[in-house]
Every structure is written in structure tokens, then in C-alpha cells.
Design a protein around this ligand. Sequence first.
Ligand SMILES: Cc1cc2nc3c(=O)[nH]c(=O)nc-3n(C[C@H](O)[C@H](O)[C@H](O)COP(=O)(O)OP(=O)(O)OC[C@H]3O[C@@H](n4cnc5c(N)ncnc54)[C@H](O)[C@@H]3O)c2cc1C
Length: 395
Amino acid sequence: MSKSIIIIGGGASGLMASVIAARNGASVTILETNEKPGKKLLASGSGRCNFTNVVQEKQYYRGSDPNYAMGILAQFSMADTLQFFSKLGIYSKNRNGWMYPNSDQASAVLDVLLMEAAYRKVKIKTRETVREISCSGQKWMIKTDTWAYSADAVIITCGSPASNIDGATDSGRIFARQLGIGMLPMLPALTGLRGKSSMYSRWAGIRVQGAATLFLNGRPVKTESGEIQLTDYGISGIPVFQLSRYAVRALEEGCTVLVELDFLPDFTEEQVSYHLEMREENCPYKRLPEQLIGLIPSRLIPIVSPKEADLREVIRNCKHYPVIIKGSSSLQQAQVCSGGILTAELDVHLQSLQHPGLYFAGEVVDIDGACGGYNLQWAWSSGAVAGLHAAKEAL
Ligand SMILES: Cc1cc2nc3c(=O)[nH]c(=O)nc-3n(C[C@H](O)[C@H](O)[C@H](O)COP(=O)(O)OP(=O)(O)OC[C@H]3O[C@@H](n4cnc5c(N)ncnc54)[C@H](O)[C@@H]3O)c2cc1C
């Protein structure tokens, strides 16, 4: 008789787990709270689905133990992911290492997963919200609002509360409490950061190519470059997203958090000084703020060059503009969460050390990826490994 597996959550990791488990002989049922599976996947990459990245290094996976993520990726890698989707019909497009389906449609990735799941006889029960998980003897009991299911193994792939997409719940926390499994609180990651000043309405809407350096307790810890978005609450854009999980967790731990913006990352301070002096020599009729025209966006000029500021202060503001961070955008506005089920609670195949037959995969686990396809890669790798071992492990 085939092994029965219940998967809680029909998102990226749950669908991957279902296909791999079914291919390995299991009889699989997905319980999904929404009326359709894969809603977050459909929204990924602004609807284009940046589903992995050709550059795979430890630095792109964060959590209490990034080595754990690398161990899972070694079992189902980026190359395995590309091959898996290629065999399902997804021809991929490479944008500077960020991989998308050639059609630029997240729906293509979801469609092929659902078609393969259907072919493998995976049952997907929608509008089924799991409330309770328990174990009695060798069997797992899963209670929803309307039904009680039993299974030989369970894979929890219920994701995180990040985003305002339906189904973004904190069920992971509830299940961890029911099962006595340790987890780190889930906090926003890949999100904008809120600054302390009241002046941000003046720069709201400006986009600038720059660099952002995160300082924790006065120490620089990480720099990211790219298009920085200046907003009415502070700062956003991909470089800020990349720093945000560190900033948010540090604030939680009581650190002082500051982001220094460099609006002219291609110039040293000496070069900026030289440029401004040359401009003064060539156009002596211009005031200092006017010397900045053409160097930075015009709306930034009064901000880096306030009245009475001298040359040194203007250069400092161009290269080291301080934003004291007091918080982040809400969970509803974040793309992913950091935190989740502690990897120390799991064996090398994502199985609970306390509860054999119980597996976790995807964002509910304490691994979060950088922007660039790493969160979906984690969902694919962890889903595949959990699906394979849930199906194969002896009862
Ligand atoms: C706007 C946006 C854009 C993104 N873009 C990218 C990108 O381009 N590249 C990238 O790598 N990552 C991206 N991400 C992150 C990525 O989508 C997620 O990390 C990934 O989908 C997580 O997969 P998962 O399977 O863990 O969770 P999900 O895909 O969220 O799936 C969890 C599922 O569980 C269901 N569920 C929750 N609780 C219950 C319950 N109690 N009972 C039953 N079902 C339940 C939910 O409805 C959901 O369908 C993006 C995220 C967002 C919000």
C-alpha cells in the first residue's frame, strides 16, 4: 500500500513537495486555505516569477544556520530546479543571472506544476484551513474547519505572514506551538525601512542609483548598490530590501540601526570635491547648490545642500547621507519573512527531530533568501527534499 502524505499549503514548496512525493510512490493530498493554490507564486517577480538565480552562494541564504540551507541545496540544487522545470516545459530566460520563465509569466510556472501534480494524482483540496495537527500512534491527524484527515506523514508548507496576499498567515507559529517545536518570531524581510526624520515627504518619489550601507551599533555590516527609492517614510528599493532583514532583526534585539546613503557611488569624496571645485572655476556665477545640477537628481539638491551648508558638508551628504532607522514597513508590505521553524529542530531532510513523519519546507522554515530568486529556490529545494524523504522514509 502506498504511503499517505498530507501537505499543508499549496504554494511553491507544497506543490514541489507534492510532485516529488507522488513521483516516489506516495498518495498525496494538499490542503489549501485559499480557493486556488499558488497565489503568492503568481504574484512573484511582479507576475513574471524570478524562480531562481544562477549564482548560488551561502551569502544569499540567511537564518540562524545558513549552512543548513546549503545542505538542502546540495540535495536539490539550482541545476536540478532548472532541469525539473525544463522537463515540465519551462524554457528559462536569464537576466543577469536572475532566471524567469521565457514567457515572463508566473502563471506558466504554476500551470506546469498543477498539470504535473494532476498527472501524478495529487489531490488538491481548496478552501480547507488546517487548524490542528496531532499524532496518534503511527498516524497523523489533521483537523480543518470541516473535516479530520489522517496520514502517514505530514509536510507543513504553510509559508509566512508576509504580504497582503490571501493565505499569508501565521499558521506556522500556531502549528509550532501545538507541536512544541522551537521557532524564531517571523519578522518582515525584503521590505522598506522607516526613518526617524520628519523630512521624508520632501524626497518622496525620488529614485537614484546609489549605495546603501547598514550600520549596527555604529559598525558598518553590509553595503548594497542599485536603485534606491526615497519614500515618504524613509527608504526602499532592492538595495534597501537586501539590507532590511538584518536591520529589522537588529532593531528587535535593541541595536541602533542606521543606513548611510551614497548618492554618488562611482566617485570618491576627493573626486566629488574636485568636480565641484572645477564647476566653481568654470561657472563662478553659480551658487554651491547649483553646482550639483546634473550630478544628482534636482529634487535631492536642497536636501544634500541645505542653506548655509559648506562644501565639506555637501560632499558628506552626497556620500554619507544618514538615515536613522526606527522600523520597517509592515508584514503586509514585506515580500518575505525572516525567522520560522528552527533548523536545529530538523534533520538533514527537513524532518522534525522530535516527531518522525513530520516535515517542514519553504518560508515557514528559518531560512530567508536575498532578492533575486533565492526564496523560490529555497521553496523548490526544501519542498523537493521534504517530498522525497516523506515518501521514502520507512513507516
Ligand atoms: C509580491 C511578492 C513577490 C515575490 N517575488 C519573488 C520572486 O520573484 N522570486 C523569489 O524567489 N521569491 C519571491 N517572493 C517570495 C516567494 O514567493 C515566497 O518565498 C514563496 O512563495 C514561499 O513559498 P512557500 O511554499 O513557503 O509559501 P507560499 O507560496 O506562501 O504557500 C503557502 C500556502 O499555504 C497556504 N496556507 C497558509 N496557512 C494555511 C492553513 N492553515 N491551512 C491550509 N493552507 C494554508 C497559503 O494559502 C499558501 O497557498 C515574492 C513574494 C511576494 C509576496
